[in-house]
Design a binder for this molecule. Structure first.
Ligand SMILES: [Zn+2]
Length: 283
């Protein structure tokens, strides 16, 4: 089971800098999202049957509704990535819920379909924020893809303990969860299926890791393939490396991946699972 997902945000929506917190600054940056989304849609349309889920910001839907319409028009599914791309554990329950609600409303107004899929910015739902799953269920989200079950710059959720489709239960509610997959090697859990990790790993190794994984959840951003973007000022050395390493070759690697493997969207994958036998994680 290989699942293709994209978080649809601008090149400057990087969470490790004040820039990402301050919407007032966003309009002063160059818009690169149109060309970057077109590049992805073009690659997918050249390979028949490749389906993807696009987790879109409500901010993008408000500013560029044509992008949401175009993704939907190509037959891909659309989920929410909140409206304002803030860290969930910094927002707290009330702000988080209204942010997700706003994004769902904006996307639904454009595509005329209910939004039932979600991914949090920076995978920022963890063991201290189980209330976030409750908020999502209350809003009608049926499948969440926010769990990063390893250490991550924004916390991750190492205690989750599973890198496979799971049912989350918390205070009487339940939600289907598709976490990022892990590859166990020499006692370590490795991530390879998205972002900086994908750009770091050479293609032959990447191909081998995909072949050996019965479940792979990819996560890409339009900026992951944009070698001409400016470098955001003020990032730590580590974050700078992770954000910009391997940009020149990332898109050709992505295209090779599409040639070699078949991908489905999240709903397509969910439909093939016998959920009555899926593992349950009680929070
Ligand atoms: Zn994001």
């Amino acid at each position: 089971m290989n699942i293709l997902t994209f978080d649809i945000e601008e090149w400057f929506h990087i969470l490790d800098t004040g820039v990402s917190r301050d919407e007032a600054m966003w309009d002063s940056f160059e818009a690169r999202i149109h060309a970057n989304v077109d590049r992805i849609l073009g690659a997918l349309s050249r390979r028949k049957g490749q389906r993807a889920t696009f987790f879109c910001l409500g901010w993008i839907a408000k500013k560029y509704p044509d992008i949401i319409r175009k993704i939907d028009g190509y037959g891909h599914e659309i989920g929410s990535h909140t409206s304002m791309h803030q860290l969930v554990y910094e927002q707290g329950p009330a702000r988080f819920e209204s942010d997700v609600k706003d994004s769902m409303r904006r996307i639904e107004d454009i595509i005329g379909k209910k939004v039932v899929l979600f991914r949090a910015p920076g995978f920022s739902i963890g063991k201290n924020t189980p209330w976030a799953f409750e908020c999502l269920a209350r809003l009608g989200i049926q499948i969440d893809c926010s769990v990063f079950p390893a250490a991550h710059g924004h916390g991750g959720f190492r205690e989750f303990g599973r890198g496979e489709p799971t049912i989350i239960t918390y205070q009487g509610m339940s939600l289907k969860e598709f976490p990022i997959n892990l590859f166990s090697f020499l006692g370590k859990n490795l991530v390879f299926s998205g972002g900086g990790y994908f750009r770091l790993v050479p293609y032959p190794l990447l191909s081998m890791l995909f072949k050996r994984s019965s479940y792979a959840m990819t996560y890409f951003h339009p900026r992951d393939f944009d070698a001409s973007q400016k470098v955001i000022e003020g990032l730590s050395m580590a974050r700078r490396f992770k954000s910009y390493y391997g940009l020149q070759s990332a898109f050709s690697k992505f295209e090779r991946l599409l040639e070699e493997f078949s991908f489905s969207d999240v709903s397509g994958a969910a439909a093939t699972i016998d959920w009555s036998n899926a593992p349950i994680v009680k929070l």
